[in-house]
Design a protein. Structure first.
Length: 209
């Protein structure tokens, strides 16, 4: 009898003990941030969200093997997805993957629409839970977003990123007999990143296992 009551209660809550659900709110699925993602990054956010148990937001990880089993393959798509999801405010990277004491520390993530759980595992430890930042709700798609997505994918594959060239007129130097050159002179300018400032895109330092 008690077991039946527990089963019915679990059914009303939509979850059962030991099971995990991504539970991504509809408002996020309809948001500009989610809509701007390539398909592989959308699969990745579902895979990360499915690691949530109710008390571990910020301590979510996704290894390359786990990502592959959930459809995020080849490996570069995981690296690129993390970069894009962080850029549009859907996840926060609480710990950057790295080598430590001869071993590996995997990257850890938090979903920005949920309260961030306290933990001493983070790069900046949190003693008390922190309210959801909801950065995704404030994000708007920058004009150069498609370039950023492309360059992030290239960088994740280990390929060089082609920088834009901004053309400016060449003027004669004072005190010389130089005349203006016909045409323009090309000067490389790094692509806009996340719609703020300029910087080149570099592969994220993600250690996933």
């Amino acid at each position: 009898m008690n077991r039946d009551r527990r089963s019915r209660a679990a059914g009303r809550q939509g979850t059962r003990s030991g099971e995990r659900y991504a539970q991504i709110p509809e408002e996020i699925l309809q948001s500009e941030a989610y809509g701007a993602l390539p398909d592989y990054a959308r699969v990745c956010i579902v895979a990360i969200a499915s690691r949530f148990t109710g008390r571990n937001n910020g301590d979510l990880s996704l290894s390359e093997a786990e990502a592959k089993s959930r459809g995020v393959s080849p490996k570069w798509k995981l690296r690129a997805s993390v970069k894009l999801l962080e850029a549009c405010g859907l996840i926060a990277v609480t710990r950057r993957g790295r080598l430590s004491a001869g071993g590996k520390l995997c990257s850890l993530y938090g979903l920005t629409w949920r309260e961030l759980s306290a933990s001493d595992k983070y790069d900046q430890l949190i003693f008390l839970p922190r309210k959801a930042s909801n950065d995704w709700a404030e994000w708007s798609k920058p004009d150069d977003w498609n370039d950023f997505v492309r360059d992030t994918a290239h960088a994740a594959k280990g390929k060089s990123v082609r920088k834009k060239a901004k053309k400016i007129p060449v003027t004669p130097q004072s005190g010389t007999n130089r005349t203006p050159q016909s045409g323009t002179e090309s000067i490389p300018v790094a692509p806009h990143r996340e719609g703020h400032g300029t910087s080149s895109v570099v592969p994220p330092g993600v250690v996933t296992s």
